[in-house]
Every structure is written in C-alpha cells, then in structure tokens.
Design a protein around this ligand. Structure first.
Ligand code: PRX
Length: 653
C-alpha cells in the first residue's frame, strides 16, 4: 500500500491508518476535548506518567503581561529518571533502550538494555552525588553523542539536579558563558568528540573555558577516544574510573512537577543566548505524548531521531519522550555523509529502524548526492518519516517520500521550538493528510492564532497570513528564562500582549492547514540551527580590525539560510582575502563553527536612518540578490552607500 496522493494531498496507506493510535475522527474529537476543557483533558493525559504524589491542581497559567506565570500539575511530585528507566525494569528490563551507533561503522554498535541503563544512570548519579551535586544544582554537559550523555542527563534527573547541555560544536567562550550563566557546579566532558572521522578536542576546549569560570567548578571527564588530555589535579575527575567504583543503586529524588529539569541556551533576536527553562512534570507528559502520537510509536518499534542531544530535539525525541514510552531509541554519533552518503540508510537497514526523524538540511544534502546511495540499502523496516527544524521545501519532501519512504511512509513535518518542549503543529500520521511543505494542524491542546503583524488583530478567517502566536498554555511550554523572568516576558509576551509569540510568520490555507514561512525577527535558521544575527555581529565587532558589522540571512540551497555579514573595517585597515578568512576563523572561535559567516562583504558604509538605525530590510534584499525591489531608500542618511553595496554584493546566484 502506498501514500495516496491527490492534488498534492497525501493520505497514509490503509494498513498504516488501520494500526494507527489516532484516526481522523479520533483527532477531531480529542482536539476538541483538549481545547474545550484543558484541565480535564490534561489531568487524564498526565496519567501516562508515574507520580509519586498525585497532583490535585492541573493548570494555572497566565500570559498577562507583567504577570506571566505557567504552572502545570504543580502540587504533584515525581522523578523523571524513574519514569524513563526504573518503571520499565519489571516488564522490559532486557529490552534495548538505546542503540548506540558510533561515528565509524567499523566500531561495533552498543545495545543498552533498560537494566544496563538503570545501572549506569545510578552509577553516574552516585559519582555526581560524591561531588556534592544535589537537587537544584546545575550540571553542564559538553559531550559527544555517546551513551554517557544519556546517562548524565538521566543521572541529573535522578538527583533532581538541572542539566544544561552545550552542543559540542560550540567554542570555549560559548561554553564558559553558559557555565557561568547557569552557575554550574560540575561540567561533564570527554577527551574528544569524533564526528565524520574528525575529532574535536572537547577536554582542551573545556580547559580553556574553565579558565574563565569559578575555581570550584569540577570537571568530570569521559575517556572516549583515549586522546591525550592535560589534567588539573583536584579539579579533573576520571569519570570512567569513578563510575566503575560507584554503586549501582541510587535512590531517585522526589521533585515537584514545577522543579526545573533542564536549561537549554538558545539564540534570540537580541543579546546573548537565552537559558530556556523546562520543568519536570508537564515537559515529560508532553514529550512522551507527542513522541507516541506524532510518530505513531508502537511497542517494539525502533525509533531514530538523528539530532544531537545538544539541541532540544535530542532532549525530547532521543531521550525523554522515547524512554518515557519504553521505546528503543537510536543514538548516532556521526554525520549523514561519513564514511559515505549512504550512512543514514545503512544505519536504518542495520538496526531495522521503523521511524526516522531528521532535518530538511540533511535531506537536501543527501538529495544532492543522488538516489543511488539510498537504493543500495534495504529500507523495508521504515514505516514513518519525520522532518524538523525549518520549512521543508516540496522538492526535498518529494525526494524523501519517493526514495526513502518509497511512497508508503507518511511524512510528519513537525513545527516546534526549544521553547515549546515538543511538537506544536504536526500531522498525526493516521489522522491528518499531508501537504508537502505544511506542518498541517495543531497538536492536542495547542491553540495557534495568526495575528496581523502591524495591528496585532487576530485573523479569524480560515485563510489568513501573519505572525504565529499561541493563545493558551500547553504542558511542554518553557516556564521562564534562567534568572531573568523579565526578559522572558519581554521576548515572548510583549509584542502581542496576551499571546505567546513564536517569532515565526505563518499562513493558513482554506483547509485550515498551517504553513510556517520562517522567522520574522532577527533570528536566522542555518542548517536547522538557530542563530541570532546580533550574536554574530557582536563576535565580529570584537575583532580589533572591525568597526561595525551587520549580519543577515540569505537563501542557501543546502543550509536553508546562510550567514551574510556586512563588515566595515577600521579606517586604517585594508580589506584582503586573508582578513576575510581571519574573520571567519575569529567567529568560529568566538561562537563555534555553526556561526561561520558564509559570505563577508566589505561595506565602507551601512544604510542607516538619520537616527542611526541600520535598515536591515535593505541589507536582506541585497544579500538575497533581490536589489531591484529595495523600496524607499530616501529616509537614509546617505542613500549612496546602497549603490556601493549592490555593486559589490557577494551573492550573485
Ligand atoms: O523558525 C522555526 C523553525 O525553527 C525554529 C525553532 O528553532 P529551535 O528552537 O532551534 O528548535 C528547532 C527544533 C525544534 C522555529 O521558530 N522550525 C522548526 N521546525 C520547523 C520550523 N520551521 C518550519 N517548519 C518546521 N517544521
């Protein structure tokens, strides 16, 4: 049976629908119930989690400016790690919880059962405890995609400590900012992180970062590659040795539903990255539920989300959602193109993956290598495909559907954010027919509204376009920004009072389907990674030769968006190719490789209004190579700078 296509609407094959958790009628009635009486609905859904003390209050949420407060299940208590591990021991202790697939296909994969996971989580929790980590303490993880990353997350959860993962691609400076930002007591890292056959020296990066942190911060080190590291006595601790000596039992600490589970830093349109806080009860309910329904996960399935645990997708759909559901989850250390462009498909075949979840940027990159890399592998185990992180263009959707899904796997295009904890808008595969490029319909309990960007008026017609906001809280929603509730209100609730503002543009078609059109703020999406243009600008101006910088996104065939920087040099500095390379290197060292500018244009002047505000609209247009429609430039202090920028534009595609 194959997906049934009708004028670009794809319905899942009959046999898929017959087995699915939710069908069309089920979605309609459950969605209606979820928004008609959220408290009753979520009280029932929260039973999928084991509570130590049951909650009596379900929801207490206000989006009112000056008084934003979000609480779910607030008087209940639980332990997240016990929910993800211990409660499965009795019936599925010997089932594989995590399949670890290493960077090199020549290194054997590991199958970690729930029993072994329990043992290792307890060992690591005992090591953390011995370092004085207790409930509410912060622990930063800066790790490759290795089982120890999962053990460390769950060990923190077991103790009620709060983890904050820093993606291994971030620089020492970025790591130091995050360690200091959350006041971490401990950093967990490894000697090196292998990726695509290359190694990143994580321990040496951590050493550099710790030079800028409090002397009391301890460093637990996983020996992974065996690479050489320097050792600071009294600060550095050999985690493997400590774990080997630690006890295999560690009581799970009872925490309140609203106690923080993790902090995850993400880029915003202004200033430094923001420490998004997720709490324990609501987040877990939401991650588990979206994992089950969006991916139509059934007992015994093998689920693979290709993200890194350094991003929210890895938190919710490699670790917390799948493990709460007693799933088998694949954790992949490598990259899609190493050792060749068939790696994803080889791994799918090897581990008989049933649900496969990746980002459009990876699909586009692999599409460019040719379908022959897919055809080599037996993908008959696949039942469902997923996409996340950025809008998926119809060409990539069609390629994914035809070559990977062989026309028989529904594709779930899941729209969500670090802030939302789990999917907000997504097809439910047995219930909602898909249109390539549309995230389709809201998940249960999610109330999207489209507002006019200028008047903030709600667009009540079915067919509408504007900015995407959410009217009411859902359990997976972030609760605050670490240590800065004011900034939380300012960033998400000020522009459109009374609503949670996603920062995305959106249109709704005649069928009520949602189409995300991309960020409307100064955040760009590079290979599915969020980057604040302000962050890249402040990295650039920190260089001694740079006087001023303005950064915008531009369309990029593989990455979705590329980073385009306009740089004004100091008066005494001559532009050169060498300096261009140096600036790229500089940004990599200030933030990390993911922030590398793709194009740098020397700008003798930037287009500014008479009050000195940079007119980014003009810079975006030039970067997009769409300079014919620049609009009104008469309000510029010096309109002639625009001609120079157009003449020397870097993107002539
Ligand atoms: O612009 C949207 C885009 O990614 C942003 C969130 O980025 P981040 O917090 O890093 O989380 C990424 C993974 C959840 C959103 O504001 N985005 C995410 N998913 C989609 C998307 N844009 C279009 N379609 C999607 N499916």
């Amino acid at each position: 049976m194959s997906n049934v296509a009708q004028a670009d609407i794809y319905t899942a094959p009959e046999d898929f629908v017959a087995k699915a958790h939710i069908d069309a009628a089920g979605y309609a009635s459950m969605y209606e119930a979820s928004v008609a009486d959220p408290a009753a609905y979520w009280a029932e859904q929260a039973q999928r989690v084991d509570w130590i003390k049951p909650f009596t209050k379900v929801k207490d949420a206000s989006f009112e400016l000056g008084n934003v407060s979000i609480k779910w299940f607030e008087d209940g208590t639980l332990n997240v790690a016990a929910n993800c591990v211990d409660r499965h021991l009795e019936i599925r202790g010997d089932q594989t919880a995590i399949i670890w697939e290493p960077d090199s296909p020549d290194t054997p994969a590991k199958h970690i059962t729930y029993r072994v996971l329990h043992e290792n989580v307890c060992r690591m929790a005992n090591v953390l405890k011995a370092q004085g980590v207790t409930k509410g303490d912060r622990v930063v993880l800066y790790l490759p995609m290795i089982p120890e990353a999962a053990y460390a997350m769950l060990a923190c959860a077991r103790l009620g400590a709060i983890h904050s993962i820093v993606f291994a691609g971030f620089s020492p400076d970025a790591l130091a900012d995050r360690i200091n930002g959350c006041g971490a007591k401990v950093v967990i890292t490894s000697d090196e992180a292998p990726r695509g056959g290359r190694k990143t020296a994580l321990k040496s990066n951590t050493d550099q970062a710790l030079n800028h942190c409090d002397d009391h911060v301890k460093c637990l080190v996983v020996k992974h590659t065996g690479g050489q590291t320097t050792w600071v006595a009294g600060r550095d601790i050999d985690l493997n040795a400590e774990m080997a000596n630690a006890g295999t039992d560690c009581p799970a600490v009872e925490v309140g539903a609203e106690d923080p589970l993790f902090i995850l830093y993400t880029s915003g349109s202004t200033g430094k990255p923001k420490g998004v806080v997720h709490t324990s009860g609501g987040y877990l309910v939401y991650a588990a539920m979206t994992h089950l329904y969006t991916f139509d996960y059934h007992d015994g399935d093998v689920f693979w989300c290709t993200a890194d645990v350094g991003w929210v997708t890895g938190h919710s759909y490699i670790i917390y959602g799948p493990l709460a559901n007693g799933a088998t989850t694949v954790m992949f250390e490598g990259v899609p193109t190493y050792p060749d462009a068939g790696r994803f498909w080889e791994v799918c075949a090897k581990h008989k993956v049933n649900q496969f979840y990746t980002a459009p940027t990876a699909i586009r990159a692999l599409m460019g290598k040719g379908a022959e890399w897919v055809e080599k592998h037996d993908l008959s185990s696949l039942r469902l495909l997923g996409s996340v992180g950025e809008p998926i263009n119809p060409e990539a959707w069609n390629w994914y559907n035809e070559h990977v899904g062989k026309g028989r796997c529904p594709i779930v295009d899941t729209f969500w954010q670090t802030e939302t904890g789990g999917h907000l808008i997504t097809p439910l595969p047995g219930a909602i027919p898909q249109k390539p490029g549309s995230a389709t319909k809201p998940f249960f309990g999610v109330t999207p509204v489209i507002l006019d960007p200028n008047t903030a008026e709600v667009q009540s017609e079915t067919k509408a376009e504007g900015v995407l906001c959410i009217k009411d809280s859902w359990p997976g929603q972030m609760r605050t920004l670490w240590g800065d509730h004011e900034r939380f209100e300012e960033a998400y609730f000020t522009q459109y009072p009374g609503y949670y503002f996603t920062g995305d543009g959106c249109r709704r078609d005649d069928d009520g389907y949602y189409w995300i059109t991309g960020r409307v703020d100064d955040v760009i999406n590079v290979s599915g990674h969020r980057m604040g243009t302000a962050e890249v600008e402040s990295a650039l101006v920190a260089h001694a030769r740079v006087a001023e910088a303005a950064v915008v996104g531009y369309p990029h065939d593989i990455k979705g968006q590329g980073i385009y920087a306009y740089v004004t040099l100091m008066n005494d500095t001559q532009p050169s190719e060498e300096l261009r390379k140096e600036l790229v290197k500089w940004v990599r060292s200030e933030i990390g490789p993911i922030a590398s500018p793709d194009l740098i244009q020397w700008a003798p002047g930037l287009p500014k209004t008479r009050s000195g505000k940079i007119m980014r609209r003009i810079l975006r247009k030039i970067a997009e190579n769409d300079y014919a429609a620049l609009g009104d430039t008469s309000t510029l202090a010096d309109p002639s700078v625009v001609d120079d920028l157009i003449e020397n534009r870097m993107n002539r595609a």
